[in-house]
Design a protein around this ligand. Structure first.
Ligand code: 1HE
Length: 260
């Protein structure tokens, strides 16, 4: 599906970075059904050269969440299917082909926060604020937020946000775990791109393990998690690329870990 509300640009000499931009600034990048389907299709059809992606939003805000103008009278069945459509789209982001870095600024609210939560790394600039206005709109999260947001900040903080309308600013958002990086205003995209470039240099199987195995291992009982970890470790280390990289270090051809 093509949409004027989303833009895909492939960057880098090896065409290894996808830059995906929400381009609906007049509506604060509110997520219409069409835009959600376009997000799904964009992540499903990334070129095979792509190794990492950055997602950001045009204008003053990352994303104002669900397009409220489309919120009609839905019966229970329609509401269920609408929410499942969001789940489907955001699963393509979280469990798609490559790690996704969200560059956040301005409003990251409602479904916009659900979209950001499906990404693997979040970089926020100082203008960022986080909210879940669903509570005051008389609705509930429906884009996977009830699953993903408590894993970032805990169920108690999420309940507080929805019950009281609490808004977290950029500093507090980083402190509680919404974003892994906080940068000066206007610099989120550049930092996200720099990280994507770094992520894209990893062995593809390592990135696969971090995207697809780690979150599942983290949810497993410990004894199952240890076994899944061992199997993923065995698969990753058996790849020729892993052997090349280890040999390069042992022969002094690879970078040492630098003090942070
Ligand atoms: C919208 C939306 C939207 C803006 N749906 N049209 N999300 C919310 O409850 C957040 C609602 N939005 C806001 O609180 C504010 O718009 C912002 C803080 C994000 C930005 O404020 P501001 O002053 O920059 O913009 P604005 O003047 O409020 O909005 C500009 C236009 O965008 C205006 O339309 P216009 O035709 O009058 O120009 C707004 O109506 C429109 N707009 N946000 C539709 N969200 C899977 S379940 C997920 C459930 C949710 O996400 S609920 C949370 C929804």
């Amino acid at each position: 599906m093509t949409s004027k509300d989303i833009q895909l640009e492939i960057r880098g000499e090896q065409q290894h970075i996808a830059v995906i931009r929400l381009t609906r600034p007049a509506k604060r990048n509110a997520l219409s059904d069409g835009l959600m389907l376009a997000i799904r299709d964009t992540f499903e059809n990334l070129p095979s050269s792509v190794r990492a992606a950055v997602i950001d939003g045009e204008g003053e805000h990352f994303c104002a969440g669900l397009d409220l103008s489309e919120l009609q009278e839905r019966d229970a069945g329609q509401g269920l299917h609408h929410s499942r459509m969001w789940h489907d789209a955001l699963e393509r982001v979280q469990y798609g082909p490559v790690p996704v870095i969200a560059a956040l600024h301005g409003a990251v609210v409602g479904g916009g926060l659900e979209l950001a939560s499906a990404c693997h790394i979040r970089v926020a600039d100082e203008s960022t604020f986080y909210a879940l206005p669903e509570g005051s709109r008389g609705i509930f999260v429906g884009g996977g937020g009830a699953v993903r947001i408590p894993r970032l900040i805990g169920a108690a903080r999420m309940a507080d946000m929805m019950l009281t309308g609490r808004v977290y600013n950029a500093q507090d958002g980083e402190r509680i775990g919404f974003a892994q990086y906080l940068v000066p205003q206007g610099q989120a995209f550049d930092k996200a791109y720099e990280l994507a470039d770094r992520v894209a240099q990893n062995a593809p199987l390592t990135n696969y393990a971090l995207m697809h195995a780690l979150p599942r291992i983290a949810e497993q009982p410990a004894d199952q998690g240890f076994l899944t970890e061992a199997m993923m470790a065995a698969i990753a280390q058996s790849a020729p690329e892993a052997k090349d990289r280890v040999r390069a270090f042992l022969e002094g051809r690879a970078a040492k870990v630098q003090k942070g």
